[in-house]
Design a protein around this ligand. Structure first.
Ligand SMILES: *[C@@H]1O[C@H](CO)[C@@H](O)[C@H](O)[C@H]1NC(C)=O
Ligand SMILES: *[C@@H]1O[C@H](CO)[C@@H](O)[C@H](O)[C@H]1NC(C)=O
Length: 260
């Protein structure tokens, strides 16, 4: 994310806060002269708890991505637990062995549809993600209200994590990612995971994870009977746009279940 888009995000919660205050004042003042005409303001319906896990890209950190959540201004997200974990430090082959935050190894940049894959590293990272999901579900969150999202390497890990999870989740959203294993993994996908919907967004001008690597995603998961909505963003390189995040908000909102 560029620093300019981060800066514009930060102002949003302040606006929301102001609006909430003025609505409250309106009810208090106007109910004085006409108490018999004004119904008491209904208590806001409680929202079921939900969990959104965001997985960052190579060399990035969880905290640096936290401003993403300021896009989610709908009251549907008032009971959402967010997690922005940071990847462990690992040597990365495409960076000549340099050690940096990395969920698994990447052999070459740009990543193409046919790039070699670090399957054992991916499977290890998936266990780490599954442990985080298990913890939230054990605390009482409905698996249907668990959403895994990620950018680039974190997008590839998102795909692997939702496909290999033993339960149906609310959804997995892959931004500028790729399929980090070959088709032998398809046999390991449990029937409940096949019902988890996938949203795949990819910039058409991506020179780091090629657009073709993204386009290979939907046919791959559809072999396993998983549904995948693909959104191509013309003019977008290897980054996340506000338009993508707004459509992610709507996508998650439309899938949130009202009970926990
Ligand atoms: C959040 O969910 C819990 C558990 O279902 C519920 O008790 C609480 O009222 C909810 N909070 C909000 C702000 O909706
Ligand atoms: C697919 O992945 C499995 C597990 O890592 C590996 O054993 C197999 O050789 C791979 N197949 C191809 C065609 O790359």
């Amino acid at each position: 994310m560029s620093s300019s888009s981060t800066a514009s995000l930060v102002a949003k919660p302040i606006v929301l806060f102001t609006v909430t205050i003025s609505i409250t004042i309106f009810f208090v003042l106007s109910s004085q002269p006409y108490p018999y005409l004004i119904k008491p303001a209904p208590a806001p319906a409680p929202m079921a708890r939900s969990f959104i896990l965001w997985l960052h890209g190579l060399g990035d950190s969880g905290p640096a991505n936290e401003p993403i959540k300021t896009f989610f201004t709908s009251p549907h997200f008032k009971n959402t637990t967010w997690a922005f974990p940071s990847a462990p430090s690992n040597p990365v082959t495409c960076n000549y062995g340099a050690v940096m935050p990395s969920w698994f190894d990447i052999h070459e940049i740009p990543v193409t549809a046919d790039s070699p894959k670090d399957e054992s590293g991916v499977l290890k990272a998936v266990q780490h993600v599954h442990a985080m999901i298990d913890k939230e579900i054990a605390s009482g969150i409905n698996p249907d209200n668990v959403f895994i999202c990620g950018f680039s390497q974190g997008g590839a890990l998102t795909l692997a994590s939702v496909l290999l999870y033993p339960k149906t989740l609310g959804g997995g959203a892959v931004f500028s990612g790729w399929v980090p294993f070959n088709s032998s993994i398809l046999d390991q996908i449990k029937p409940p995971a096949k019902k988890t919907p996938i949203l795949w967004s990819h910039g058409m001008d991506d020179r780091t994870v090629l657009f073709e690597a993204g386009q290979a995603g939907p046919p791959f998961v559809e072999q396993a009977g998983v549904s995948c909505e693909f959104k191509a963003y013309p003019g977008l390189g290897h980054s996340i746009s506000g338009e993508e995040l707004r459509s992610l908000e709507l996508w998650i909102k439309s899938r949130l279940q009202s009970s926990s």
